[in-house]
Design a binder for this molecule. Structure first.
Ligand SMILES: Nc1ncnc2c1ncn2[C@@H]1O[C@H](COP(=O)(O)OP(=O)(O)O)[C@@H](O)[C@H]1O
Ligand SMILES: [Mg+2]
Length: 307
């Protein structure tokens, strides 16, 4: 089998396993969540910076005339916007307006949806990720996604963090151990788990699992981190930890977050994209958009006329 096919298969396997785990472990996760909650609430984020992998501050995502349909449903309508590197871009808008779909088109997770048709272009560093010769695994390496619910794989903490690297061919134990340590430190989890790296990841609390998933995503050295309501399933303390991590990560990465509350976007966004019924109504620097919205729909959304 061709190497690329193996990688593609393995990446899809992660997604399938993630979905499976999300469903199967809901009850167990809820139980552990309660058990570990107290432990996590006293732990502070002790994040240590990652080495700077990517220097190009000119790096960006450029979306042009993106139209997406699923069957006869026109879900994204002529979306054009630029997303900067080393900033936090928050995508906001009422439920069902296409935020998650837009995020999934960015790392081609949308390919897994039946009857989907994508037109237009999405360039990451000048490379069209929907180009004919592009390998999906190559794209997903550039854009790591953190889902709404933590989705640890059914394996140890160590194996979770090193999973993507092993798929990408890193085998040396010493190298993997270093990657695991660096990335667990980057999400402030090292001190909490260093003595039980080979225990199942499922024993961690919900917040710890979400940080583990973030560490797993960081381990493959993406350029952009995508988060789809990544804090919405967590208690306020765990949620704040993850939020603080995203803020720290923008030193080295582009961070794109679908946020479940406007308050979160107000706290952390550098740039904001406001969507409504599949269209981008307004986008721009957070201060301008929040303090001086131009479009009547943005004004209504910000003032709580609809949510
Ligand atoms: N797999 C799918 N099949 C058909 N319609 C879908 C699918 N996924 C999303 N949609 C539709 O696309 C629209 C946007 O959904 P979504 O991107 O999840 O919105 P948001 O994240 O803003 O709540 C909704 O009308 C939703 O019903
Ligand atoms: Mg959504």
């Amino acid at each position: 089998m061709h190497y690329g096919v193996v990688l593609l298969w393995a990446t899809q396997l992660i997604e399938v396993q993630q979905n499976h785990m999300a469903t199967m472990s809901a009850t167990a996760a809820a139980r552990k969540f309660v058990e570990n909650d107290a432990q996590e609430s006293v732990s502070e984020v002790n994040r240590q910076p990652l080495p700077e992998f990517h220097t190009g501050s000119e790096s960006k995502i450029g979306i042009r005339n993106l139209n997406l349909t699923i069957g006869n449903n026109h879900i994204l309508k002529d979306v054009s916007v630029e997303i900067p590197h080393k900033k936090i871009t928050c995508i906001v808008g009422p439920s069902g307006c296409g935020k998650s779909t837009l995020l999934k088109t960015l790392n081609r997770l949308i390919d897994n949806v039946e009857n989907v048709k994508v037109e237009g272009s999405i360039e990451v560093d000048g490379e069209d990720i929907y180009g004919k010769k592009v390998e999906i695994t190559h794209i997903r390496k550039k854009l790591g996604l953190v889902s709404q619910r933590p989705t640890p794989l059914p394996m140890s903490i160590f194996d979770n963090v090193s999973y993507g690297c092993r798929i990408h061919g890193i085998r040396k134990k010493k190298v993997l151990a270093q990657i695991v340590e660096t990335n667990l430190k980057a999400v402030g989890l090292w001190d909490e788990v260093k003595d039980r790296l080979h225990s199942p990841a499922s024993a961690l609390s919900g917040g710890q699992q979400q940080r583990l998933c973030l560490a797993r995503g960081l381990a493959i050295e993406p350029k952009f981190i995508l988060g789809d309501e990544a804090t919405s399933a967590l208690d306020p303390i765990a949620s704040k930890l993850i939020e603080d991590l995203f803020v720290g990560l923008k030193e080295n990465y582009g961070v794109v977050l679908v946020t479940h509350t406007l308050r979160q976007a107000l706290r952390i966004a550098d740039h904001v994209i406001f969507m409504y019924l599949g269209e981008i109504i307004e986008s721009g620097p957070a201060k301008e958009l929040f303090h001086n919205p131009q479009h009547p729909l943005t004004k209504q959304y910000l003032s709580g006329v609809f949510s």
